[in-house]
Design a protein. Structure first.
Length: 647
């Protein structure tokens, strides 16, 4: 009788499948294999070896190939996958696929090389020293390092990591985006050398597997990476760090839709480790947990390196004919005359994002999504930023033939062109995913900016986070209110954090930083409080709003999106599912209703929101309904526990 193993697959099929191992081949739990599945050959994950054949099973297929020489995961990871599966209502195979190298791949982002350099001894401030003492004295627990931008949070994280490693315990350090990983790797590699392993889904699969193996085998004990690094197989885990905890990128956008913060909390409790989160703008959930005493707050109250918080001025765009206001234009000139540099931020790529006909009102939208196409002038294309559809720009209205057509709105490409017109004597460069596609471009642009050869850097969120340049005096936020118009209960929180974080790029080394916040809504409370740096006041007001409206952190949400090529099928499936939901105490069902973005990539989307003060109520009701519901052919269900976006 051949040896039998149990295998799970990255499929929405919640069961284990029994396979036979070919004679002469050793396969153990924790390895990956290729196995026949119907007419397909699929990559599977071995979750048990040496098992008995299930009753009534008469024929057992053999696996086709063993992928790994050694197990990739052990009992600890299998237990974590089980928790992930239960928490986020996915299958065990889907959970393991998200955790292990060689799963789905995100778009590769350039890694910046670093040059080793001698480090000067850094003296800690009193606040930093107290934070390090509190963290390193603990053997477990949850901490939050709250400090203004430039207050030295990274050095606290470094000292805490050094203390954990000195005790023989491993460390996981998370950053919100792949593009920021290089800066953290540079800093930590100088301090800890070959003990550092980089682990994120932007790496080539072979390199990611090699780094995973180094951690699994104990050759490296400190894992650095974006969201998926929270699953790193670090031996004897003693410390987890989540830098810029407020960032939405810590939430997965594909099944399982896990949040790295929740996974880190689970790992810390399960493995007796310390979790330290940090940000100048904590998420509202984290801030509420601090107030409730579930997180220990550690505060860094002042900027280091000789800097101070910048002066922030709000400027109205009302009456302006160009996207850059006269006060901002004047400030850019003054900044250059003083021998300093400017960063301009706009969270929208392209040249213009709204093509319309003034005669008949036609709007040029994506053929597969319910969103307007964005004009990319340099590429000469109209582009959908959701599905990637591209088409030629038009000179006449496709509906009525009128030539009275035009573009509205502005993106980074438009700002770059406007700056070149206004400041022909200055060097202007743009950083966004369109401008830095070629390998080496991002590294070169940042090196030029650091050396002072670029006067103005304009870009999207790539210039908003992690950049720390001594020459920057002025930061301009070109349009602060664009995010406030989104139909999402987190819109104010995101806008507030963005203004504070972008403003933090100015005046980090000199006490003369200036921030100009442009907006069509200068009287808006969120913008006013962000500009004034009144964080605690904003959080208190926003928490009261959330309490009154019944949104997190005072309730828990589960969002189910039913998508199909047929809008009628998606709507009918959502209605059928809603009828299966069992009444439960305190459970509120919102919908079914069309999603704010009703069509993406040709799929119509209908959503149901489940809400309850008690997580067990909303989670249990969803789990029971899902277990008894099979969507009709052509309908797919996306399950999002604790969604960060409702678009």
């Amino acid at each position: 009788m051949p040896e039998l193993i149990e295998v799970v697959f990255n499929l929405p099929v919640d069961r284990r499948f029994t396979y036979a191992v070919p004679e002469g081949l050793e396969v153990r739990a924790g390895m990956r294999v290729t196995a026949p599945f119907g007419s397909r050959r699929l990559l599977g994950y071995v979750v048990a070896d040496g098992v008995q054949a299930p009753p009534g099973l008469t024929e057992v297929k053999e696996i086709l190939r063993r992928v790994d020489q050694q197990p990739l995961f052990g009992a600890e990871h299998l237990s974590m996958a089980g928790w992930l599966s239960g928490m986020y209502l996915c299958t065990l195979g889907e959970a393991l696929a998200a955790m292990l190298p060689g799963g789905r791949r995100e778009a590769e982002v350039e890694e910046l090389a670093w040059e080793p350099a001698a480090e000067a001894e850094i003296l800690l401030s009193a606040d930093q020293a107290l934070a390090v003492e509190r963290i390193t004295a603990a053997r477990d627990g949850l901490f939050y390092l709250y400090g203004v931008t430039g207050s030295g949070k990274t050095e606290v994280f470094l000292r805490a990591a050094a203390a954990s490693l000195a005790r023989g315990r491993g460390v996981i350090y998370l950053v919100p985006e792949i593009a920021l990983t290089h800066q953290v790797v540079e800093i930590f590699s100088r301090r800890f050398g070959s003990n550092v392993a980089v682990l994120h889904s932007g790496l080539a699969p072979s390199r990611r597997l090699a780094e995973w193996s180094r951690l699994r085998d104990g050759e490296a004990r400190l894992a650095i990476g974006a969201r998926s690094a929270v699953f790193a197989p670090v031996r004897d885990l003693g410390l987890l760090v989540i830098d810029e905890e407020h960032e939405g990128s810590y939430k997965s956008g594909t099944t399982p839709r896990y949040h790295a913060r929740q996974v880190a909390m689970h790992r810390a409790r399960a493995q007796g480790a310390v979790l330290v989160m940090g940000s100048a703008t904590p998420s509202l959930e984290a801030w509420h947990s601090i107030r409730e005493g579930r997180l220990v707050r550690l505060t860094l109250s002042q900027r280091l390196s000789g800097g101070s918080l910048p002066e922030v001025r709000v400027r109205s765009l009302a009456g302006e004919s160009v996207p850059l206001s006269r006060p901002l234009i004047a400030e850019i000139r003054r900044t250059h005359d003083a021998g300093r540099q400017t960063i301009l931020f706009l969270n929208r790529r392209g040249f213009a994002y709204f093509f319309h006909c003034r005669s008949c009102g036609y709007e040029m939208k994506c053929r597969s999504c319910s969103v307007a196409l964005t004009f990319h002038k340099q590429a000469g294309r109209m582009v959908c930023h959701y599905c990637g559809f591209r088409t030629e720009p038009v000179a006449a209205c496709p509906e009525c033939g009128s030539l009275d057509v035009g573009y509205s709105g502005f993106g980074t490409e438009k700002i770059e062109e406007e700056l070149a017109r206004l400041f022909p004597d200055l060097t202007v460069r743009r950083i966004d995913t369109d401008a830095v596609r070629q390998r080496g471009t991002l590294r070169g642009l940042l090196a030029e900016f650091r050396s002072g050869r670029i006067d103005i850097l304009v870009g999207t969120q790539m210039v908003a986070k992690g950049l720390n340049f001594p020459g920057v005096k002025l930061v301009g936020i070109v349009l602060a209110d664009s995010g406030l118009r989104l139909p999402d209960f987190r819109a104010a929180e995101r806008t507030f954090a963005l203004i504070v974080q972008v403003s933090g790029r100015a005046g980090r080394y000199h006490p003369d930083g200036t921030v100009v916040v442009q907006t069509y809504m200068p009287a808006n409370r969120t913008i006013a409080l962000a500009a004034a740096g009144r964080l605690e006041e904003f959080y208190a007001e926003e928490l009261e709003n959330r309490r009154a409206l019944g949104f997190p952190p005072f309730t828990r949400l589960i969002r189910l999106v039913f998508r199909s090529r047929s809008a009628a099928k998606a709507e009918q499936a959502a209605e059928d599912f809603a009828r299966r939901l069992e009444p439960a105490r305190g459970l509120e069902v919102l919908g079914p209703a069309e999603c704010p973005l009703a069509v993406i990539a040709g799929s119509s989307r209908t959503q149901i929101l489940l809400r309850s003060v008690e997580f067990s109520q909303v989670h249990g009701a969803t789990r029971r309904a899902l277990s008894s519901f099979s969507p009709p052919a052509g309908v797919y269900i996306e399950v999002d526990v604790d969604p960060v976006s409702l678009l």
